[in-house]
Design a protein around this ligand. Sequence first.
Ligand code: IPM
Ligand code: MG
Length: 365
Amino acid sequence: MASRKLLLLPGDGIGPEAMVEVVKIIDWMNGHLGSGFETSEGLVGGAAYDAHGVAISDEDMVRAMAADAVLFGAVGGPKWDDVPYDARPEAGLLRLRKDMELFANLRPAICYPALADSSSLRHDVVEGLDILIVRELTGGVYFGEPKEITDLGNGQKRAVDTQVYDTFEIERISRMAFDLAKTRRNKVTSMEKRNVMVSGVLWNEVVTNVHANEYADVELEHMLADAGGMQLVRWPKQFDVIVTDNLFGDMLSDVAAMLTGSLGMLPSASLGAPDPVTGARKALYEPVHGSAPDIAGTGAANPIVAMCMRYSFDMIDHADRLEKAIATVLEQGLRTGDIMSEGMTQVGTTEMGDAVLAEFQKLSA
Ligand code: IPM
Ligand code: MG
């Protein structure tokens, strides 16, 4: 069995606690299914800052580049509120995305049947929801230059962030979205603000061209991003795949995730281009909730492993079984604190992880 190299970056806050559950599943799969995962651990975020004065060290970046997949926990917390901007915990995650060229961020918003009543929306609006947000991750206003605050000398300052997109960046993310749509319900909705932003004009034009030239058999719809946000809350089941830029994708994926009643449980995959020789993609698996400590839960641990098996290692059966195990445990009424609701049984991270592993073992027997 070829080895499968994983770099674990637990980070801060609930990250380390969640990573224990990741390791638990992986160890069991190695011992009983001969899965051949080789894990090593690094530091990111505040943990890396405390140890090295940076949000991720060059050594850990080298290891991330060499790994088949990186599993990321969470970064940030009040302790690091005053560190220099370039060393803030989030900078570690942004460097991973940028240096590994992880241009495509896949953020599924799936409503587990057992959680349909935990959504802030009506049961019938979210029941059976299964949408996928494909967020561009290495361009746009997150990375555009100039990005600075200048002193105007008259008691005023000026802050500039720059939204930049080149044709090739829009082409590759839209191809990713169309390809994924073909494996699902065959529909892509592209969101931008072409009524206000020239980057939106180009975005719209490039997606339209890629569609006409390469994917005419997929249904394509364009929506202004603000209207898209409204439609997501009004009737989310109209969507299949949504493709959008880095900033809109950040916001719309939080909205979409919350519809499912389980933002803290949703995984996301950040993928690079396939290697021309091996076909393998660099990959990082992270919770959708990013660093937000108020909504972050430890429930994303198992879903992240499932997503990693699916997209990095083609272990589709295992991924299906792990996802089924998660759904079953939820149906049994077990809930971690972040998704707790009335009448359910609240358990800690360890107990939840154990319950999922036990179901997974049953399904793998
Ligand atoms: C996310 C997060 C990150 C982002 C933060 C932590 C930098 O919100 O992954 O959605 O803005 O991309
Ligand atoms: Mg976010």
